[in-house]
Design a protein around this ligand. Structure first.
Ligand SMILES: Nc1ncnc2c1ncn2[C@@H]1O[C@H](COP(=O)(O)OP(=O)(O)OP(=O)(O)O)[C@@H](O)[C@H]1O
Length: 273
């Protein structure tokens, strides 16, 4: 479980508050989307939760530990982090990058064991990227690197995962694959907090959504209660419409008139069914 209580944050060299009175909980084994416009503070919140930035006020608890009391090595046993972009300076192979996820589990100078290799291979298989295993990580495409970082986080076998826009560089099929994998992982009891800019994805796949805008949480709860016309009008200023097709919520641009027309069209509804 992840618990953030009354968090305030300001970058030390700035006077401006970036996050104000942030409080939310993500239940064990659930998938929570962190949703909000560019620059609202999602990545900053992640870095606060990972102890990479020191908070001014408030408390963050993960798996019942107050994170300010956790050493880096202990932190790495509790939480895995998939950043937006990562390029190591050395030409590591993909399998080596994924194996790095096992670092918190390595035992002294005995180094890598059979279990670590097995967990690395399982993570590559789960993401269907075993064929990239012997390729040089730095020479992969952005989307391929994103899949490898996801495999590294899975190999780390933590109870909590933080994913910063995990599908931003992926094609449509891989985006859906990653969301489905995230759901599968939460079914095994892992708690996930994932940033996303896509209101459809958080609606379709998340158990809970936390919406941040202008330094604060403006709404939180089930996607049904949170990704509403009112919330989207508030943060995007009347740019999109929320409709239901076949009981599934779909968000689309308000000025996409052909879609409006099609929605009213009986043959389109048959197609959607
Ligand atoms: N190292 C830093 N020093 C000073 N200000 C920063 C720093 N990093 C981010 N900021 C500022 O903090 C605010 C929040 O940035 P952050 O990267 O957390 O937003 P975000 O919601 O993740 O944005 P995006 O969706 O575009 O990735 C922005 O105004 C940004 O300019």
């Amino acid at each position: 479980m992840l618990q953030v209580n009354n968090l305030d944050f300001t970058y030390p060299h700035l006077n401006e508050t970036i996050l104000k009175d942030i409080s939310f909980t993500v239940k064990e084994g659930s998938l929570c989307g962190l949703f909000g416009p560019n620059g609202c503070g999602k990545s900053t919140l992640f870095k606060c939760c990972l102890n990479l930035l020191k908070i001014k006020k408030g408390e963050i608890r993960m798996d019942n530990h107050n994170i300010k009391n956790l050493k880096i090595k202990d932190m790495a046993k509790v939480v895995a982090y998939v950043p937006q972009e990562h390029k190591p300076p050395f030409p590591y192979l993909v399998k080596e990058v994924v194996l790095m996820g096992r670092t918190p589990h390595l035992k002294g100078f005995f180094g890598t064991g059979k279990k670590d290799i097995q967990k690395t291979e399982e993570a590559l298989e789960l993401l269907e990227i075993s064929h990239l295993s012997k390729k040089t990580y730095n020479q992969l495409s952005g989307g391929q690197r994103q899949m490898v970082l996801m495999a590294r986080a899975i190999a780390q076998e933590t109870k909590i995962m933080f994913l910063d826009e995990p599908t931003s560089a992926l094609d449509f099929s891989n985006q859906l694959k990653i969301w489905k994998i995230m759901k599968k992982i939460t079914d095994r009891g892992v708690t996930i907090l994932a940033c996303s800019h896509d209101p459809n994805h958080v609606s379709w796949f998340c158990d809970k959504v936390v919406v941040v805008n202008n330094k604060s949480i403006v709404n939180q709860g089930s996607p049904e209660d949170v990704i509403t016309q009112a919330t989207l009008d508030f943060i995007y200023e009347d740019m999109c419409d929320v409709k239901k097709i076949n009981n599934t919520r779909v968000i689309f641009p308000s000025d996409l008139k052909c879609f409006e027309k099609n929605l009213a069209d009986e043959s389109f509804m048959k197609l959607a069914n």
